[in-house]
Write a protein that binds this ligand. Structure first.
Ligand code: HEC
Length: 206
């Protein structure tokens, strides 16, 4: 499918942009370059933490731009119904392929989830509590893996699928959502509310 190829090409273009940006941000930190060229060896040291947080920021930026770009195109093709169907099929392949480009596992998790595969684990729940209290991002260690979390807040353009059914979400769109996601909890959000978190697991380098 052509759009697949387009998606892959644009992913790489975006990642180059994101890397360029991460590079310019770190120009005045002279140790950053040396560290990022080495194989990650000491997860948990202060410098490694900084590196993973930077990488996490770049990856989530690419992922956000990719998902919102794809969503917008699907909406233009066929409104909310087309976009829901598109997300149902493609959300996981898209985040998986972005994660793979960075040899990491990328996903979105939420307390009030739409897809039950995105439910919080007990380990995620601790991070989510801190996000509720206002935290923006964090890095945690889990059995040798470095796990990066970043909050996802609800924006006005998300309401047509995550707002109030019957008001923000049209009845026929909500019916389609329920059909695809019988366990959906991801409704009744208001702009600015904590919707979920990006979660990136960088595997134990040892
Ligand atoms: C066209 C409808 C639509 C719009 C608009 C939309 N979403 Fe979603 N969202 C979905 C669907 C469908 C899923 C489930 C994807 C899957 O199967 O993994 C989802 C899943 C998510 C998840 C993953 C956790 C979960 O609940 O499964 C997050 C986080 C999320 N959306 C946030 C947002 C944010 C933030 C916006 C606005 C920037 C937004 N969404 C806009 C339909 C939409």
């Amino acid at each position: 499918m052509n759009y697949r190829l387009f998606a892959v090409v644009s992913l790489f273009a975006l990642s180059v942009l994101a890397c360029a940006e991460a590079g310019s941000e770190s120009e005045n930190k002279k140790t950053e370059k040396q560290v990022s060229e080495e194989a990650p060896s000491q997860v948990g040291t202060e410098l490694d933490e900084e590196k993973y947080i930077k990488l996490g920021d770049s990856i989530t930026k690419v992922a956000f731009q990719t998902l919102s770009g794809e969503l917008k195109q699907a909406m233009q093709r066929g409104g909310v119904a087309e976009a829901v169907t598109y997300c149902n099929v493609n959300a996981y392949p898209l985040t998986d392929s972005i994660g793979e480009m960075y040899s990491a596992n990328l996903m979105r998790v939420a307390e009030k989830y739409r897809n039950p595969d995105n439910a919080l684990t007990n380990f995620d729940a601790e991070a989510f509590e801190q996000m509720k209290a206002g935290k923006q991002k964090m890095l945690k260690l889990h059995e040798g893996d470095a796990v990066f979390y970043k909050r996802i807040d609800l924006a006005p353009q998300c309401l047509s699928c995550h707002g109030e059914p019957g008001k923000d979400i049209a009845d026929n769109d909500y019916a389609l959502i329920k059909e695809n996601y019988p366990y959906d909890k991801a409704v009744n959000f208001k702009p600015g509310e904590l919707r979920g978190m990006w979660k990136i697991t960088f595997p134990d380098p040892s």
